[in-house]
Design a protein around this ligand. Structure first.
Ligand SMILES: C[S@@+](CC[C@H](N)C(=O)[O-])C[C@H]1O[C@@H](n2cnc3c(N)ncnc32)[C@H](O)[C@@H]1O
Length: 243
């Protein structure tokens, strides 16, 4: 059995998937509130930027992977309109249910599917655009997931990977203090869950940096890859074109 990392711990691969599920089962009810608090609302700007760069047109087909509580799916649905289609997916039922309820409250009904990004249940070349926001970091075999995202994209289709990345050097100390001192405490006070937010900080440190992720995308089918650093590299948006 191969091992991988869960935050800073080395665990068996199946154990990682089980623990990631545990984290998102635990955080689902307070996920949106915590997102706003932890990022002081910045996640909304990062997602709005992602939608702007994706630039989906009316009538297009969009797949949102690891879509969680549905921020991107909702924004994309407004862009593609009634002639387009946005499929909202996640491996975690609790996150997806929370998202589906939010979308229904907003008057939006989307196809919603529990599925693993590493084995997508879609035929080849179906989507104009695929997105994954803050999800890739949690996947056990990132290369498999990226290859699957490439497979389901149409030729010239666009993948958007919004993810925490390697922060600019002058920000490092402050960011480390915030990640390891403030975040877990915030998780404890607001969501009654310190461990999940410690995992968040650790998993960010274990995720490939900007150039490494670019190379991984190129190795898994994306002929053209570019990235945009946001907020000093706290987050990066990687854009891959299937060509
Ligand atoms: C931090 S949340 C991001 C949710 C949403 N995209 C957002 O930006 O707010 C990460 C999501 O990745 C999902 N996830 C983790 N591993 C996955 C996998 N192998 N396939 C699909 N989704 C996965 C989790 O269930 C969780 O909902």
């Amino acid at each position: 059995m191969s091992t991988t990392h869960f935050g800073f711990e080395s665990v068996e691969e199946q154990e990682k998937a089980r623990r990631v599920r545990g984290v998102f089962d635990a955080v689902a009810p307070r996920y949106d509130l915590m997102n706003d608090l932890m990022s002081v609302g910045l996640h909304r700007a990062w997602k709005a930027y992602t939608v702007m760069v994706a630039n989906p047109r009316p009538g297009q087909q969009v797949l949102d992977i690891a879509g969680g509580t549905g921020d991107l799916a909702l924004a994309f649905a407004k862009k593609v309109g009634p002639t387009g289609r946005v499929v909202h997916t996640d491996i975690n039922e609790a996150m997806l249910r929370t998202g589906r309820d939010r979308l229904l409250d907003a008057g939006v009904v989307l196809p919603t599917l529990v599925c693993d990004a590493e084995q997508l249940p879609f035929a080849d070349a179906q989507f104009d655009c695929v997105s994954v926001a803050f999800g890739l970091r949690n996947m056990t075999h990132k290369e498999r997931a990226l290859a699957e995202m490439c497979r389901v994209l149409k030729p010239r289709g666009k993948l958007l990977v919004l993810e925490f990345s390697k922060v600019a050097q002058p920000l490092e100390k402050l960011y480390d203090w915030y990640s390891f001192q403030v975040l877990p405490r915030l998780g404890k006070w607001v969501a009654g869950d310190e461990a999940s937010y410690r995992y968040l900080a650790e998993s960010i440190r274990m995720h490939p940096g900007q150039e490494e992720l670019k190379a991984l995308m190129q190795q898994n089918g994306f002929g053209h890859v570019d990235y945009h650093n946001l907020t000093g590299g706290i987050v990066a948006l990687h854009v891959g074109i299937k060509c």
